[in-house]
Design a protein around this ligand. Sequence first.
Ligand SMILES: *Cc1c(COP(=O)(O)O)cnc(C)c1O
Length: 367
Amino acid sequence: MIDNEFPSNPYLLLTPGPLSTSRSVRSAMLQDWCTWDDDYNVGIVQNIRSRLVKIATKDIEKYTAVLMQGSGSFAVEACLGTAVPCDGKLLIITNGAYGQRMVQIAERLKIAYIKLEYEETKTPNMGEIKRLLKREGRVTHVAFVHCETTTGILNPLEEMTLLVKQYDKVLIVDAMSSFGGIPMDISQGEIDYLISSANKCLQGVPGFAFVIARKDSLLKCKGHARSLVLDLFEQWEQMNLSGKWRYTSPTHVVRAFYQALTELEEEGGVEARFQRYQENHRLLVEGMRSLGFQTLLPDEVQSPIITSFLYPDRNFDFKAFYQKAKQRGFVLYPGKISKNDTFRIGNIGDIYPEDIKRLIKALAGCC
Ligand SMILES: *Cc1c(COP(=O)(O)O)cnc(C)c1O
């Protein structure tokens, strides 16, 4: 391969996904694959599924992984639409746009639901959840987002899981932007479904998402799905049997993901990646504060994934700031919240502390 036929990125993406990937992940896409062939189905698809389960838990017999074409939201819709039966009732705990998207999905699929909504800058109130679970006996399933990428707030996964399981509800966690970047064992709290995607902390390219499901919970879901193509149970059934996806699978993306998982192992697994993200994040916040920027969230609830910064004053021109940063090799991310003017900087992906140090120097020249 001639090097200049495969150019490097002109800038780093400091976004929550798709994010900057390694050159080796991107170059893994330069081969075509047959979806009937064992090289692909057994060698790659089944291999990825078992590695995902191993990343999620030590209790590998209890869990299984289902891959689903599309972006992360496709897997969220597939999961909600398949896990909750027509006589079920879903409690959605939300403090941001991705929780709100689950509400939209429930609306659209006509899933009976209750919404417990918090401000985008506040974590859910445990006492309130407890009272609600006590009062609403008909609730069968609970869903919430782990790291709400809207702001970068980190919801207390263990505490919330424990509480939901005290009331014996089926639990669905959108860990889209945290899985692979923050250590967790999903069997600890007996999470039933954990949803994430190829192009976030696992550092693959966009094109599919996945659900890591407790086998005994998923096995109860035959015939529940409100959609043909987003039927998580049928997707699992076929994939589990033969490694085949029900409809055309994003072969190149899947091969790149296989490479991305190898690179996660080479880095030292989720714990090592978490350390790197934490260091990236620490340097980011320290550097931005030294330039006069303030974070939206207090440090106690801030994730090491993506950070919201307040506009320094009312005349701040984010577009101009963004363009200047881009010219210097860094792509930032606009804000997504209603009440404050913010912008966001992600520090996940193939990004290292040296990159963050270069970023701060570059941004010093943009203010
Ligand atoms: C990225 C993300 C999603 C999925 O978004 P898509 O645009 O469909 O990939 C869902 N939830 C969270 C928390 C996310 O960060």
